[in-house]
Structure formats: structure tokens, C-alpha cells
Design a protein around this ligand. Structure first.
Ligand SMILES: Nc1ncnc2c1ncn2[C@@H]1O[C@H](COP(=O)(O)OP(=O)(O)OP(=O)(O)O)[C@@H](O)[C@H]1O
Length: 245
């Protein structure tokens, strides 16, 4: 099976400090990975490396089978076209309507206006955003804004979705519904998902693979059931995931 992600011996220094150390993670195409850990663990730094927004201090990052170190600018742009990203909140353009925000990733594609409108309708319906196309972001609830950000990340049918802060801004019910939508896309389009979150609530959404990060290091990498039993015997995991033993 082809891989959606391979990190090999990745280190990252930020501000003169070692922020990620000896990170090895691989994920097959269609795989679903949750990276969790407390604030400052290094989750966002990892997502930035995967998106090619930063380069690691050492080690290799392969995304959808391509080594980011070996990609020229044009190839990187093509690769980004196969990725969808939901990063920190508040990334919608304030003066653009929901529809205008949604269409941003399609600007550089050779698509007719009709096809763009169809893609926007599809993704809005999928995420329960019908009727909001002419609204400005500030008139939406936080959860709606987050779903517009997700819709924008999905509109061009990426092969790999990177979602930093899974439960950020979504109440648990909406988060569950949203994950159900993503599961559908996984079945229909073989979408791979790499999501980050502070706690384990997102596991309810069905990540079969979990990496627990703390202070830039991998504490655990395995299946969700294996994590559950590891938590019973490992204090360090319980502290990382709950903030207390
Ligand atoms: N631009 C930066 N300059 C200096 N230090 C940084 C920078 N970005 C991140 N760091 C540090 O790197 C470490 C990892 O940060 P990161 O944002 O990846 O954590 P996180 O797990 O995503 O946390 P959160 O759950 O709060 O988003 C933290 O100690 C953070 O302070």
C-alpha cells in the first residue's frame, strides 16, 4: 500500500531549543492518525513540517510518497494541491463571504465557474453549511467558522487532510458529526487524515492509530486499544493525556 506520510529521524530546533526529537511516523494512504499531547508538545510544529511550511533541522519528511527535500517549487505547489489543511482558528478572510473563502483553493485550478459552484455546494451540504454562502465569517458561530475552514480544506478533494486542533471550536456533538463526514470521505475517496488534539476525545471519532507526543518526543505510537491498556500501567502517558495521573 502506498504511504501518505513518512517521517524519519526528524529533529526540529526552534529559537535555539530542541522542539522535536527523533520523530519516526509512517502512515499508509487512507490511514487515520491522531497526534495528541499537551500544549507545547510539538503538534503544530509537526503539522507545519508535514505541510512543507518549515524544514526540519534533521531527518526526512515524505508526504504522499514525495521527499520534501527533493521537491522544487513547482513540484511543491503540485503536492500542496493534493493536501488540505485546517490550521489555527481565524484563518478565514474577514472581508470575504463564506463562498468566496471556500473558492480560494480553486483559484489556481483550471475549473469552470459551474464546476466551482458545484464543488462549493457539495462541500457546504456535506458540512451542514447550506444557506450561509453570502455570510461574512464574523456573523457565524465559532463552530460554523471552523466547519467553513474544513470545507475550504476539502473543496479540491485532497488526498491527505491535516487538521491541527481537531476539537478546537467544535462542541463534542458537532465534532462527532464532522468526523463521521470525514469517515465517509475516507471510504469514498481514500482520504488520509492526520489530526492533532490535546486529549483523547477525538478517538471517539475512530482514529485507529495514535501517536502521543510530549515535549517534542514520541511517548507512544500504536493502536487506540493498545494506548488504552498502556495508560493503565504508564504514569507518563496518563499525565501527558490528562494533565494528572
Ligand atoms: N516560532 C516559535 N518560536 C519559538 N518557539 C516556538 C515557536 N513555535 C513553537 N515554539 C515552541 O515549540 C514548542 C512546540 O510548540 P507547538 O506549537 O508545536 O505545540 P503544540 O503541541 O501544537 O501546542 P498547542 O496544543 O498549545 O497548540 C513549544 O514549546 C513552543 O513554545
Amino acid at each position: 500500500m502506498s504511504e501518505s506520510l513518512a517521517l524519519e529521524g526528524v529533529y526540529q530546533h526552534v529559537g535555539g531549543r530542541l522542539a522535536l526529537a527523533d520523530i519516526d511516523i509512517s502512515l499508509p494512504q487512507g490511514g487515520w492518525l491522531l497526534i495528541c499531547g499537551p500544549n507545547g508538545a510539538g503538534k503544530s510544529l509537526l503539522t507545519r513540517l508535514i505541510l512543507g511550511l518549515d524544514r526540519p533541522s534533521a531527518g526526512r519528511v515524505r508526504v504522499l510518497g514525495q521527499d520534501l527535500d527533493e521537491l522544487g517549487e513547482a513540484a511543491m505547489v503540485r503536492l500542496r494541491g493534493a493536501l488540505g489543511a485546517v490550521l489555527q482558528r481565524g484563518s478565514l478572510l474577514a472581508d470575504y463571504t463564506v463562498l468566496e473563502n471556500l473558492l480560494l483553493p480553486l483559484r489556481t485550478l483550471a475549473m469552470s465557474r459551474d464546476d466551482m459552484a458545484r464543488a462549493a455546494r457539495l462541500v457546504m451540504t456535506l458540512l451542514g453549511l447550506d444557506g450561509l454562502e453570502n455570510h461574512l465569517p464574523r456573523s457565524l458561530s465559532l463552530g460554523q467558522q471552523r466547519r467553513v475552514e474544513l470545507a475550504r480544506a476539502l473543496i479540491h478533494r485532497p488526498r491527505l487532510l491535516i487538521w491541527d486542533g481537531l476539537s478546537d471550536g467544535l462542541d463534542p456533538g458537532v465534532a462527532r458529526e464532522t468526523l463521521a463526514v470525514l469517515r465517509q470521505l475516507r471510504t469514498n475517496q481514500n482520504l488520509s487524515l492526520i489530526a492533532t488534539d490535546n486529549g483523547l476525545d477525538a478517538l471517539a471519532g475512530g482514529a485507529e492509530r495514535v501517536v502521543v507526543l510530549e515535549r517534542g518526543q514520541i511517548l507512544f505510537d500504536g493502536t487506540a486499544p493498545a494506548l488504552e491498556s498502556a495508560c493503565a500501567s504508564r504514569l507518563d502517558l496518563r499525565v501527558a493525556l490528562r494533565g494528572h495521573p
